[in-house]
Design a protein around this ligand. Structure first.
Ligand code: NAP
Length: 466
């Protein structure tokens, strides 16, 4: 047998998860010239692109143009897509190990972090991640209910997901119409009674995680005003010291927040109130278990020994009436099968993308990870490109050193047969292209960029499969 990585015996790679990182990983593998490589990409959902399709806000269509790049990768003759195939259910990891020399786990962070306060699970309290998945037409979340008859909502956290949620709640139906927002969400938001949107940061403006374009955008909404209590927009001594070394981006961000200080309303029908140095301590409900208010505590900042700026609660409390709460405090990765997992960090146990056994601290030959499930839910989509490259470099070095899985059936046809046996309704890339074209055509009929299919059944029906 010729060595693995030669044209007659290419390095066979399985990628688990068809989000941005999966595609960047495949792209890097195809770009290098040292080894012949083929890639099979597995995805639990029928549609590819992960958070670009189901996370990026529908009113941020430009960000979704990265899909063109993923499309080019997918059209490479060395690439196959197996959508609607859940690893761990339709196909086991052990089965993957039989067919590939290397496996890369790029399945992202599926879950959300918890606040750990009383009332967190009252009716009306939701992880922001679920609201995001719902308005983006994610098949698992289309049946979720969000009671938009409430007039006041709180978004906890000041990252970019919090910005997305606040913006979608504040947009007019006209602004949302032409986007690819799920049509049921468009309809529900059209009748939304939410008028007051509170966005809560536990630290100060200098420590806000959102980026400058996002906070600027919130000040330019067609029918929503924004305001920040002046006392909370001001910097304390610790933050002022932090700002001395700050770059231009950071300065603009803080200046933008401060430009909203005590900004009076201009008569728009919705109002976003950005709060800083406050933490929810309890969600309060009525006898039916429905949230009616949120108790918050004011914080002050302290500098920790390791240099981190932390919030500490004071003894000043406040209660804000709200009927909806979106907890936007970060995603969290979930373990899969027997893949070594770092429970506390919520990531696959790894060193620079090489999966590492927890007990022995030894790398598992042929198993790798990249993206959020490797480093945690941080960074923008593009951050995953260099992250995937780091992993791919190790994969190539290991392949050249002969450190690989030892598959007993490293044959593309055999792998395809295993998939078909586990999930006869798998979706190929050509299938996906038909679904994609059908969504775009539905959009064109109604002046929208696309109208998404929101269930597996609808997508399979496009392909003539019942
Ligand atoms: P994030 O950026 O990590 O923000 C999480 C927020 O939750 C922070 O403000 C954090 O405050 C706060 N938080 C955490 N625990 C809390 C607690 N117990 N109580 C109160 N607040 C708490 O996470 P994200 O917003 O989920 O975004 C994930 C990643 O996706 C980020 O890298 C983000 O930039 C990216 N993203 C980008 C875009 C875009 O480019 N437009 C859109 C969406 C998401 P502390 O800072 O004090 O911890």
């Amino acid at each position: 047998m010729t060595p693995v990585g030669s044209p007659t015996n290419p390095l066979r790679v399985a990628i688990v998860g068809a989000g941005p990182t999966g595609f960047y990983t495949a792209g890097h593998l195809f770009k290098q010239k040292d080894l012949a490589v083929t890639v099979d990409m597995y995805e639990r959902l029928p549609a590819p692109f992960g958070l670009v399709r189901y996370g990026v806000a529908p009113d941020h269509q430009k960000i979704k143009s990265v899909i063109k790049q993923y499309d080019r990768t997918a059209r490479d003759a060395r690439f196959r897509f197996f959508g609607n195939v859940e690893i761990g259910k339709d196909l086991t990891i052990a089965q993957l190990r039989r067919h590939y020399h290397q496996i890369v786990y790029t399945f992202g962070a599926q879950s959300d972090r918890r606040l750990g306060i009383p009332g967190e699970d009252l009716t009306g309290s939701h992880p922001a991640t679920e609201f995001v998945a719902w308005y983006n037409g994610h098949p698992d979340f289309r049946e979720h209910q969000f009671d938009l008859t409430r007039t006041a909502a709180a978004v906890i956290g000041v990252g970019n997901v919090a910005m997305d949620v606040a913006r979608i709640l504040a947009r007019t139906p006209e602004e949302l119409y032409e986007t690819d927002i799920a049509d049921y969400a468009l309809e529900a938001l059209r009748h939304s009674q939410v008028r007051d949107i509170y966005v809560l940061g536990r630290r100060g403006p200098a420590q806000a995680k959102f980026t400058t374009p996002e906070i600027k955008e919130l000040g330019e909404m067609a029918d929503a005003d924004i305001t920040v209590p002046a006392a909370e927009a001001a910097l304390d001594a610790i933050s002022a010291a932090e700002m001395e070394g700050a770059d231009r981006q950071m300065r603009t961000k803080v200046e933008t927040i401060q430009s909203y200080a005590d900004r009076p309303g201009s008569g728009k029908s919705k109002r976003i109130t950005l709060r800083f140095l406050v933490s929810p301590v309890e969600l309060i409900g009525d006898d039916t278990g429905q949230i009616t208010a949120m108790k918050i505590v004011k914080n002050k900042l302290v500098q920790k020994e390791d240099g981190r700026t932390s919030p500490t609660a004071t003894d000043e409390f406040e209660t804000i009436p709200v009927g909806l709460v979106f907890r936007s405090i970060g995603y969290r990765g979930e373990p899969l099968g027997d893949i070594p997992f770092h429970q506390r960090w919520g990531v696959i146990n790894n060193t620079e993308g090489r999966v590492v056994d927890v007990a022995s601290a030894e790398p598992l030959p042929g198993e790798y990870t990249a993206g959020w499930i490797k480093r945690g839910p941080t960074g923008i989509i593009g951050t995953n490109k260099p992250d995937a490259l780091e992993t791919v470099r190790h994969m190539l070095a290991d392949a050249q050193a002969g450190i690989l899985l030892q598959p007993d059936a490293p044959d593309p046809q055999e792998a395809a047969a295993t998939v078909a046996a586990g999930q006869p309704n798998f979706i190929s890339y050509a299938d996906w292209e038909k679904i994609d074209a059908a969504e775009i055509a539905r959009g064109a009929e109604t002046g929208r960029v696309r109208v998404k299919f929101v269930s597996d059944a609808e997508m399979l029906a496009v392909l003539g499969r019942g």
